[in-house]
Design a protein around this ligand. Structure first.
Ligand SMILES: *[C@@H]1O[C@H](CO)[C@@H](O)[C@H](O)[C@H]1NC(C)=O
Length: 275
């Protein structure tokens, strides 16, 4: 039994080693990799350094890369020491977006949706000077922003995930297959709360025709009369009036289907002229 298990685990290890690809040495100008090889196994960590006057595009002295199934965790770069590494401002995006910025570059920040600059007068830009960023702005959550909407059973949201939404933003839901909305499918963020929680209910089986008594008052008919049965209203027009539209009207999920009208000869003639 032990031998079988051992064989199995050896086989499993070999199988996983076969499935995960090696990485080729990444291209790197003006720098060196430690260790220096042509091929690195999956899971290998490689350090890199840069030639004099240059630095890796990371916060640390040495850059470190990880080979994961044929792909490196990032691309190594050596840049002048006066370059700045991409600035990190929580809940904001720098424009232009680059891995590194030359001396004296200026970036402009845009706060994420639902966030605004902490102080109205605060700089929305930062400058790179000799490898260091000048003062960086701060983005804070807006007072009326909403959290991500709560989970609705059997529904999906037509929107990538986000944890904060701006006031006035509207999201649209989708019901999973076999389910349909009871009420509207949208929700809008207003004063930190979502104004509506959609509901997805199992779709009604069979035809959606209800008894005519489920639709409330019968539609009115001028110059004609209604014959009422359990599931349909039949319209008849008094001569010389003629029926325009379907003769039978049904109650479909609480609403009348298309209602016909009885029209006189003159009206018929005029509509024909218009056609
Ligand atoms: C970076 O820019 C500043 C301001 O223009 C300048 O004084 C400095 O010499 C520059 N640094 C390098 C390394 O070129």
């Amino acid at each position: 039994m032990k031998i079988i298990l051992l064989t199995l685990s050896v086989w499993l290890c070999q199988a996983s080693a076969i499935d995960l690809k090696d990485c080729k040495r990444p291209p790197l100008r003006n720098g060196f990799l430690v260790p220096w090889q042509h091929i690195y196994d999956h899971g290998t960590k490689v350090s890199y350094g840069c030639n004099k006057g240059l630095k890796p595009v990371v916060e640390t002295w040495w850059g470190e890369l990880l080979c994961g199934n044929g792909e490196w965790s990032h691309t190594p770069h050596c840049v002048p020491e006066s370059n700045c590494i991409a600035p990190v401002v929580p809940h904001a995006t720098p424009k232009p977006s680059q891995v590194s910025y030359p001396n004296n570059s200026i970036v402009t920040f845009v706060c994420d949706k639902g966030y605004e600059f902490e102080l109205q007068l605060q700089e929305k830009q930062a400058a790179c000077e000799n490898g260091e960023w000048g003062p960086l702005p701060k983005c804070q959550r807006k007072r009326n922003a909403c959290d991500a909407p709560s989970h609705v059973p059997n529904a999906l949201i037509k929107h990538p995930y986000r944890d904060t939404f701006d006031e006035g933003e509207t999201i649209t839901y989708l019901c999973k297959e076999g389910y349909e909305f009871e009420g509207k499918d949208k929700s809008t963020c207003a004063k930190s709360t979502w104004d509506h929680t959609p509901k997805c209910e199992p779709k009604a089986e069979g035809p959606p025709i209800s008894r005519v008594t489920e639709c409330g008052a019968y539609p009115s008919v001028k110059n004609g009369k209604l014959d009422i049965s359990d599931f349909a209203l039949t319209f008849r027009c008094y001569p010389p009036y003629e029926l325009r539209g379907p003769q039978q009207v049904m109650c479909l999920r609480g609403q009348w289907s298309e209602v016909p009208v009885c029209v006189g000869q003159r009206h018929l003639f005029l509509t024909q002229m218009n056609v």
